[in-house]
Design a protein around this ligand. Structure first.
Ligand code: GLN
Length: 396
């Protein structure tokens, strides 16, 4: 996110020397409300990742175990929030789960608002139709407080919701008796047993407070990862086209053919995952492939929205694990293929494709490692998520 006078690289070498002359709207609002920017945090290059291992600079290490990931792509934000021994709230970004993953792996709260709730002005684009500015904090109250500050219409972002903000802290402490929570069976199979147990215990705590729990089914979820990566890569590849060494980002002395110059800047400026996404995203949008991939992915996106909307007729929120496993070790991540890494996003891609708000809350530890529960609500129902998360929260 752009910060006036502070280097802003989006985790990429191609923006190594970029110092914005303006603040992103969310940053400006936090400052106006009295916030102090302590620093910038590490992230996967342009948000491309789940473990913050695609950073062009340093990789954040999990405060619970330095040999393990903090999650990604907003891994540094999760890491700093968990490690800080003073009040601290991070502003973070999610396209397909980048707030939920680090929140789950660092035992913090991650609030991903409804698409459009917070202005994207000054956020460096990954995938415009899904990018959202949100919050990572130690407690639910802090996330609610920061959302109150950064939400609201911004004339500089034409996709921002045309209403002002509200005081989201008023949802803390609200009675959750009678609130209905759907538990989708598709999200509880093929996951780590320890995570499953911790999430089930948290759901039982909500039941203890009077929430009504029922099993639901979201069968199209199985298509979410494929649809997400097609749309995200398609949009990312167009967004990154502007970093060609002439107008934005890294530059060099122009020599030879333009195409050779562009290639040399882009080859040295982008990391491996960014290059993979540029190539795949371009391919999937190309004439002849567009209908087979991109258009089909858009149809899946509509199908998912419909399916969730039907579910929200009967339930106030949906509870799932935040991530399917405990924070993995770096040496195990190194053995995974890109596809295996993409498959780790199976809890988070559907709600993000649909633009629904989610909150990831810590549900305790297993083997000394934290796990999270993700609560999903209908568009603009952040208040419900805050009430439920606060009711299930165990403050240390
Ligand atoms: N892991 C997902 C991806 O790599 C989500 C990243 C994000 O939300 N920025 O695209």
């Amino acid at each position: 996110m752009c910060t006036e006078g502070i280097r802003t690289t989006a985790g990429s070498k191609i923006l190594e020397t970029y110092v914005p002359n303006f603040d992103a709207t969310a940053v400006a609002k936090a400052k106006t409300a009295g916030g102090m920017i302590l620093g910038k945090t590490a992230q996967d290059e342009f948000g491309f990742g789940t473990f913050s291992t695609n950073c062009a600079y340093q990789v954040p290490k999990n405060p619970y175990d330095p040999e393990r990931t903090c999650g990604g792509s907003s891994g540094g934000a999760g890491c700093a929030t968990a490690a800080a021994d003073f009040p601290h709230i991070a502003i973070a970004e999610s396209t397909g789960g980048s707030i939920t993953a680090p929140a789950a792996f660092t035992g913090t709260v991650g609030l991903t608002p409804t698409y459009g709730r917070v202005s994207r002005y000054g956020l460096i684009d990954y995938s415009n139709s899904m990018d959202k500015v949100g919050v990572i904090s130690k407690e639910v109250y802090d996330s609610a407080l920061m959302l109150s500050v950064i939400a609201g219409h911004d004339p500089l972002d034409s996709t921002s919701y045309n209403k002002g903000s509200e005081d989201f802290t008023k949802y803390i402490g609200k009675d959750v008796k009678g609130m209905k929570i759907g538990v989708p069976k598709e999200y509880f199979s093929g996951i780590d047993g320890n995570v499953k147990k911790l999430v089930e215990d948290a759901i039982a705590r909500l039941e203890g407070r009077g929430a009504e729990i029922s099993e639901i089914s979201l069968p199209s979820t199985k298509y979410a990862i494929a649809a997400y990566y097609i749309i995200a890569m398609g949009e990312a590849s167009t967004n990154l086209a502007k970093y060609c060494g002439m107008r934005y980002g890294k530059q060099d002395k122009i020599s030879g053919e333009f195409s050779e110059y562009f290639s040399s800047i882009r080859s040295s400026g982008f990391g491996e995952e960014a290059k993979r996404r540029i190539i795949l995203g371009t391919y999937m949008r190309a004439a002849g492939f567009r209908d087979a991939y991109y258009m089909k992915a858009l149809k899946v996106r509509s199908l998912l929205i419909k399916e969730f909307k039907v579910a929200f007729k009967n339930v106030d929120a949906i509870a799932t694990p935040s991530m399917p496993m405990l924070p993995p070790r770096f040496d195990d991540i190194a053995k995974l293929s890109p596809l295996e890494i993409y498959n780790m996003d199976k809890m988070t891609t559907a709600p993000n494709l649909c633009g629904f708000p989610t909150i990831s809350m810590p549900v305790g530890t297993s083997q000394g490692l934290p796990a999270g529960m993700q609560l999903i609500a209908d568009h603009f129902m952040e208040g419900r998520l805050i009430s439920l998360a606060a009711a299930a929260e165990v403050i240390k």
